[in-house]
Ligand binder design. Sequence first.
Ligand code: PLP
Length: 468
Amino acid sequence: MRFPAEPFRIKVVEPLRRVSREERERRIAKAGLKIFAVPADSIYVDLLTDSGTSAMSDHQWAGLMVGDESYAGNRNYFQFESTVRDLFGYRHVIPTHQGRMAENLLFSTVLKKGDVVPNNIHFDTTRANVEHQGAEARDLVIDEGLDPQALHPFKGNLDPAKLDRALAELGRERVPLVMITVTNNSGGGQPVSIANVRAVREVCHRHRVPLFFDACRFAENCWFIQQREPGFAGKSVAEIAREMFSYGDGCTMSAKKDGLVNIGGFLALNDAEWAERITNLLILVEGFPTYGGLAGRDLEAMSRGLREVLDEDYLAFRIGQVAHLGELLLHAGLPIVTPVGGHAVYIDALRMLPHIPQSQFPGQALVVALYREYGIRAVEVGSLMFGHRDAVTGEIVCPKLELVRLAIPRRVYTTEHIRYVAESVIQLYREADRLRGLRITYEAPVLRHFTARLEELNDVEAASATSR
Ligand SMILES: Cc1ncc(COP(=O)(O)O)c(C=O)c1O
């Protein structure tokens, strides 16, 4: 169970406050058992997300000092533009403050009501931005991508046959573009192979529909290609990325992941007419085209991060650290989604807590216990996030999967932190019987997981609900 040691040493430290169990108990109760409402300074290891939580390098911090804050034509933009052109290969480079703004600009420009956007699996903000235009976000991942236990090296692949059928049925008039998300976050951070990208490209080409990437975790995806796909072991991750993007017409990017920055994103594309319309909208809602909602220094940190993320010692450590957490949990018999993806380990809460019915939010019960007992913050991706009440019966309708995601920030936590997390989760697994189900006491009509308040069932309530 070895993985490469950290390819960096620590120059600046951010102290972590360890609050007592009693204080954590008070804080989570005050928050209505809602992990988003717990103040971050009372958390010991924060695995809520890998987005915008990376540690920047000394080279990136130094880049902040050479930020050119001119309103127009700042030098950092030209540096950034040439980095993106070099790595991604697209002609027009439009900076944005984060990924969802790139999505919003693209979809507001090219979609109309009734259109359909196929993708392997849309991330929530991508789906929301497609639907905001009155269009349909259609997920066409391969069947294995929906099975938490299926062992497939590229579970993020988009099914070319499903895509071909959809395009034949809808026609290119209703499908302005196809997207592929690398890695497939909503499917567990699973990678997409080059063979699959080529196959999807061929289908798009035949139907004359452009192909875009949601490129947030492109370097992690290309690392998996190098490790797993025949014919790529001898190529660098940068070469693989260039090849992958060469099959597309553009990409949206949240640089808060593989850009190794705390804020930033972009849209890059080849079509001059789309680029012009998008740039006009950018000026209206985000900023001048050479800063796009960011400071010059942010652009500099982003250019530097985009190159650093391709360092293969870094990627071996990064993917290895996530895999290490997965292996420690698997070794103890914990049910997790396999193979482990690039940025997170997902626990199958239904199998870890079989005594808690899904209607009693076992995933959220685990999230609450992880914080209360060990000061670890994770996020539920299950019945609280995706469940809803049936309009007629009022009963809770639950999603197929009940997962708890442990997302690992980049270059932030040491191996000892990872071991601490593994030991904590394993301890909870051993005492799983002690965990009780929850019920909602308040919920908003939409996106309830951000604001819902919950309470723990007592033993009698839990027993009677289970026996029903
Ligand atoms: C696959 C994917 N696409 C898009 C986004 C949106 O990016 P941002 O949070 O920068 O708006 C995310 C964020 O987590 C993501 O994981």
